[in-house]
Design a protein around this ligand. Structure first.
Ligand code: CDP
Ligand code: CDP
Length: 225
């Protein structure tokens, strides 16, 4: 379908990827896919069974038994694992603290990347993550590398929390650690794709970021005609 394109949005934690990707998808009438939620869902399932991040064989067996579904609802997206709604549980501190270790697993990355490619096969998808433009969808028509200063990203996340379980400084340190792990891992690390449009959203509003990305998409769509 040459009327539709795929849009990849990568970048570090708290850059605004999910927020912006959801809005861009809404404006274009596209499907939004949160790949981070998929890594979180696998992490939660493994933790519940006390399977550690380095137990590749056990993880592989677990993956065979997991069915992960992203469902669009009235209040955003829900995540189901074998039919159970885990939308809230996958955002816990426990999952957030360990997800980057599980995301380094080859078995997990292979299974999730192939699922993600299937989801994007018919185009018209806005997908956010760490390795979308570089690895999952290297042919995406629009690639954005969305970032912001570490302090601003921590502050954005801090403002989202209603029970301040951790301080702003702790949060910034945890985000920095996760970014470090995501950037340094061997398989499909977080890096800018060579052909990505780099967007530093420090000091920008959500609306400004969305407008910028929509502009890029419109240009690509016009070219594709
Ligand atoms: O939203 P937030 O930045 O907190 O993270 P997320 O997008 O939910 O992703 C959680 C974690 O999943 C990341 O820190 C990565 O370790 C992993 N991830 C990944 O490795 N590859 C992706 N395409 C998406 C997420
Ligand atoms: O997905 P990612 O981890 O990159 O970020 P997110 O989950 O979308 O969280 C970003 C937070 O920053 C949200 O609370 C947004 O409302 C806020 N924000 C933003 O996304 N973009 C801006 N330009 C300013 C604030």
């Amino acid at each position: 379908d040459c009327d539709r394109i795929n849009i990849a949005i990568d970048g570090p934690a708290g850059a605004g990827k999910s927020t912006v990707a959801r809005l861009v998808a809404g404006q274009l009438g596209y499907i939004y896919i949160d790949t981070g939620a998929m890594y979180r869902a696998v992490t939660l399932s493994a933790q519940r069974l006390a399977i550690a991040a380095d137990q590749d064989e056990a993880l592989s067996l677990l993956l065979d038994k997991l069915e992960i579904a992203l469902i669009r609802g009235e209040e955003g997206q829900s995540v189901l694992v074998n039919g159970e709604d885990v939308t809230a549980d996958i955002r816990s501190l426990e999952v957030t603290r360990e997800v980057s270790y599980y995301a380094a697993s080859q078995s997990i990355r292979e299974v999730l990347a192939s699922l993600q490619r299937e989801m994007a096969a018919r185009k018209g998808v806005v997908m956010d993550g760490r390795d979308i433009g570089t690895h999952v969808l290297p042919d995406a028509e629009v690639k954005v590398f969305l970032t912001a200063s570490a302090r601003e990203r921590a502050l954005r996340r801090y403002k989202e929390m209603n029970n301040h379980e951790i301080s702003l400084d702790e949060l910034e340190a945890e985000i920095a650690k996760r970014d470090y792990l995501d950037t340094k891992r061997e398989i499909a690390p977080l890096i800018q794709a060579e052909d990505a449009y780099v967007l530093d959203s420090s000091g920008m509003t959500i609306e400004e970021v969305v407008a910028d990305i929509i502009r890029l998409c419109r240009t690509k769509l016009a070219e594709a005609k």
